[in-house]
Design a protein around this ligand. Structure first.
Ligand code: NAP
Length: 488
């Protein structure tokens, strides 16, 4: 962060203001205080950052070996770990999430992402295809300058999920973090530079999506875009990138079902559904915002879920017993609240929450909303099919497997699902029939970084994670060598 509480762009190894000096306010949503000013970038800053990235690719960066890049990634992980407390504090301040969540999930997972991709390239094997008369081998090359656009819900975690593989494969990066959560991206830029990545290899341009983000997507020298964000924005990114034939990875929204069969371990299923509903204030793309519960246990399940939800502590994000901090902004709270009102209009019963809690100063000014559980809605209504991305869930009874699947698949999204049953055959059958990129059985949010991550339908395009990330952030080239004319 620059002097006087200013967060500047990071271009070519230096903190850089916008050419026209424009700034915008960074607001802590838990208190509604302005905590810093942020440089507001646009096409001019994207141009400078892309030029710096191109220069880095033309310089020493392109000559680095796999082992050198892996060592740099490990060093970056060490430095993030060293500054872990500071990063967690800033993440909690910018997002309103609890400090506990930032320190036990966001920052450790950012560290893990760098260590994981350091290991991944050390152990990577590329293709080799022998034909008898010829042999083929596959080279992996960096794509070039890649643009990384990330959302506000898990700011450093998701940016590092893209940055680590992009750098591992030898690309140069221009990142555009969410305007709502600029703090940790700038610190990451400092850390990567300190770790030894050459100037221009990792650049950050702050600003608003339609200005800085759009300019990055439209820049003809940016050859790949990895975007995580909402489905509507993803569509705009796709429309801008497609005519330029950019590589495109889109990780978009979700309306994920949690399916609970009557034979499930009841208490474990309720606990898991509770976390899936409200962790990070329900602002995780993988949150289970639709609970489909087999009718014989529906009422008991709702009763237990409501009673556990009422016990969740909401308020000061830094207090150790707080489970729910504030939403990311007042504007976002308005949007989430409007869905609670819509649910009532659509005939739903709000069983708990959906209100602004009575909190002491300074949190009385914050964007808090108590966690809401809604029953009695038809599964096809707007509240139950549109992504709300907040602490609001709907619960729906079902009578058999076919109905559960029809409800689970009856939305425009297809990111993840979790199902709870003790019947192994059913678990396999239902999991395979779900139209989602990820399925959890008897758990939620258990992640192995080697596995493919991404969604179908309106939840996105492509996969990231493990070798899928390495594929996305590289161009493969096949080289075929004829061995001898005689053997043809
Ligand atoms: P968003 O509004 O779509 O923004 C995502 C990013 O795109 C931000 O950096 C945003 O900048 C930028 N942006 C906005 N308009 C743009 C444009 N025209 N061109 C280029 N970039 C543009 O999403 P969000 O509200 O930050 O995040 C919540 C959404 O992300 C939810 O839908 C959630 O499901 C999804 N998400 C998906 C995953 C996944 O892995 N599938 C993970 C996490 C979140 P500004 O902030 O300045 O607008």
């Amino acid at each position: 962060m620059g002097h006087g509480g200013r967060i500047l762009h990071f271009i070519d190894g230096r903190e850089t203001p916008s050419a026209d000096g424009r700034l915008f306010d960074n607001i802590a949503p838990a208190t509604n205080e302005v905590v810093s000013e942020v440089a507001r970038g646009g096409p001019a800053e994207v141009e400078r950052a892309v030029a710096a990235a191109r220069a880095a690719l033309a310089g020493s960066w392109s000559g680095t070996t796999t082992e050198e890049r892996a060592a740099l990634l490990d060093r970056a992980a060490d430095l993030i770990e060293l500054r872990g407390e500071e990063l967690a504090r800033i993440e909690s301040r910018d997002t309103g999430k609890t400090l506990a969540m930032a320190s036990t999930v966001d920052i450790p997972r950012a560290i893990a992402n760098f260590r994981f991709f350091a290991g991944a390239i050390r152990h990577e094997e590329t293709g080799f295809h022998h034909m008898g008369s010829a042999l083929n081998y596959t080279l992996r090359k960096p794509v070039g300058v890649v643009g990384l656009i990330s959302p506000w819900n898990l700011p450093l975690y998701l940016l590092s999920w893209k940055t680590a593989p992009a750098l591992a494969m030898g690309n140069a990066v221009v990142a555009k973090p969410s305007e709502l959560t600029p703090g940790t991206a700038s610190i990451l830029a400092e850390i990567l530079f300190e770790a030894g990545f050459p100037a221009g290899v990792f650049n950050v341009v702050h600003g608003f999506g339609p200005e800085a983000g759009q300019a990055l997507v439209e820049h003809e020298d940016v050859l790949a875009i990895s975007f995580t964000g909402g489905t509507g924005t993803g569509r705009r990114v796709g429309v801008a990138a497609a005519p330029l034939f950019k590589k495109l990875s889109l990780e978009l929204g979700g309306k994920n079902p949690t399916i609970i069969f009557a034979d499930a371990g009841f208490d474990a299923a309720v606990d898991s559904a509770l976390r899936a509903s409200f962790l990070n204030q329900g602002q995780i793309c993988l949150c289970g915002s639709r609970l489909l519960v087999e009718r014989p246990i529906h009422d008991r399940f709702v009763e237990k879920l409501v009673s556990l939800t009422k016990e969740l502590v909401i308020g000061d994000p830094a207090a150790p017993d707080t489970f729910l901090g504030s939403l990311v902004s007042h504007g976002h709270r308005d949007k989430v609240e409007s869905y609670v009102a819509l649910a009532r209009e659509e005939g739903g019963e709000v069983r708990c929450g959906g209100t602004r809690p009575d909190l002491p100063a300074p949190f009385d000014q914050g964007a808090f909303l108590t966690p809401a559980i809604i029953t009695g809605l038809p599964a096809g209504c707007k509240t139950a099919t549109e992504e709300i991305f907040g602490p609001v869930v709907t619960v729906h009874p079902f009578d058999d497997e076919a109905q559960a699947l029809a409800m689970a698949n009856g939305v425009d999204y297809g990111l993840s699902a979790s199902l709870f049953t003790r019947d192994l055959d059913r678990a396999h059958r239902v999991a395979a029939a779900l139209q989602t990129g990820l399925v959890w059985v008897n758990t939620w949010l258990l992640r192995d970084l080697r596995t493919p991550f991404g969604g179908v339908k309106g939840s996105g395009l492509g996969r990231e994670g493990g070798k899928w990330s390495l594929d996305f952030f590289s161009e493969t080239q096949n080289i075929c060598i004829r061995l001898s004319e005689a053997s043809e």
